[in-house]
Design a protein. Structure first.
Length: 351
């Protein structure tokens, strides 16, 4: 059954905003813990919070939902890869360059980077890029390449992707310990799980959408409780990924009915890539300013954390308005001949 909505995915637009804010909050708390020792609910000591897992599921869902109908169309496949590249790399390169310049201008802040590290970061050939908050971008780009290949030759790529996912899961169970993690990554599997949710949403009606959302949220709460009390061993990526799938499956069904969503959240969804790329440097910058001003000698760190989250969000939105939107529109106009980007194409990427 095909969705009955207009294709704008209003509620999922909110999920994009919530996903990126989830990631931002986790990274902000980690920086507070590293710099001043403040750790909100000990979150910084968890292996992961689940923000990036939800982010991956949303990414896979949006890409499959929007582009699967073009599978087998080589021209559309090439356009897909060009559009993804134009959205991903220019802004990423700008902020990576800024991250390189800062140590030169302020040597006391951080050591410089070797040429090898620099090249690998620019080409996204490392899981530890110079722009550290963008580590998951390597997995996103690899997924884009695989999805491009699927669109180009779906008959060949379907079984190959299935084998890759199967071997990755076997690797997670320590059956195949020799597999390269850069290719056989559980993060890639999570993104494809998001695509699976999109497939299910397109072809079937979910009569238990509310229950799916409730169970997914309850699952997140249980995993967080486990992180605090360590009741038993839980493979966190698999647990978070499954809960995220339930939430997304429920949201997708709700989104088949046209709904109005708050403009602010819809806007944040559109600005999600700018927030993803820029939030790390802004967090470090604002935190350094707060420390220099002795802010935490007067106010509790919790209030500083909240303030920095708002300041970073606002700053990233300025990046979206001033840099990303005009840059992408200009590049698409020159490369693809598009006069205007009528609506942002999802570009979710992200602890």
């Amino acid at each position: 059954m095909k969705p009955s909505n207009s294709g704008k995915l209003e509620i999922i637009q909110i999920s994009r905003a919530l996903a990126i804010l989830f990631v931002l909050i986790g990274h902000a708390n980690n920086n507070f813990y590293q710099e001043i020792g403040y750790d909100w609910f000990n979150v910084a000591q968890w292996e992961r919070t689940g923000g990036v897992d939800f982010f991956f599921i949303v990414t896979g869902f949006m890409i499959y939902y929007l582009y699967n109908k073009h599978a087998g169309n080589k021209e559309k496949a090439i356009q897909f890869l060009i559009k993804r590249s134009l959205r991903i790399f220019p802004l990423y390169w700008i902020f990576t360059t800024l991250a390189l310049i800062v140590p030169i201008m302020f040597p006391m802040l951080q050591e410089g980077y070797s040429m090898e590290v620099t090249l690998k970061s620019f080409l996204l050939l490392t899981n530890e890029p110079i722009l550290s908050s963008a580590w998951s971008l390597t997995h996103i780009v690899f997924f884009y390449l695989l999805f491009f290949a699927y669109m180009y030759k779906p008959v060949i790529m379907k079984p190959l992707i299935g084998l890759m996912i199967g071997f990755t899961l076997l690797g997670e169970m320590n059956i195949f310990s020799f597999l390269p993690s850069s290719i056989f990554s559980i993060s890639i599997v999570e993104i494809f799980c998001g695509a699976l949710v999109a497939y299910l949403s397109i072809h079937f009606t979910n009569r238990y959408a509310g229950l799916c959302i409730g169970l997914g949220l309850a699952g997140y709460f249980l995993v967080w409780t486990h992180n605090v009390y360590s009741f038993t061993f839980i493979p966190l990526p698999l647990a978070y990924g499954f809960c995220s799938m339930l939430i997304m499956y429920g949201i997708a069904e709700k989104d088949k009915t046209k709904r109005n969503v708050p403009y602010f959240l819809s806007y944040l969804g559109g600005a999600s890539y700018s927030i993803y790329i820029a939030h790390g440097p802004f967090i470090k910058g604002y935190l350094m300013i707060f420390v220099e001003l002795n802010f935490f000698d007067i106010f509790h760190p919790f209030f500083g954390l909240i303030m920095i989250i708002f300041l970073v969000t606002a700053s990233c939105c300025m990046v979206y308005n001033i840099v990303e939107k005009p840059l992408v529109e200009t590049l698409r106009r020159k490369v693809l001949g598009k006069k205007k980007v009528s609506q942002p194409v999802p570009h979710l990427l992200a602890k």
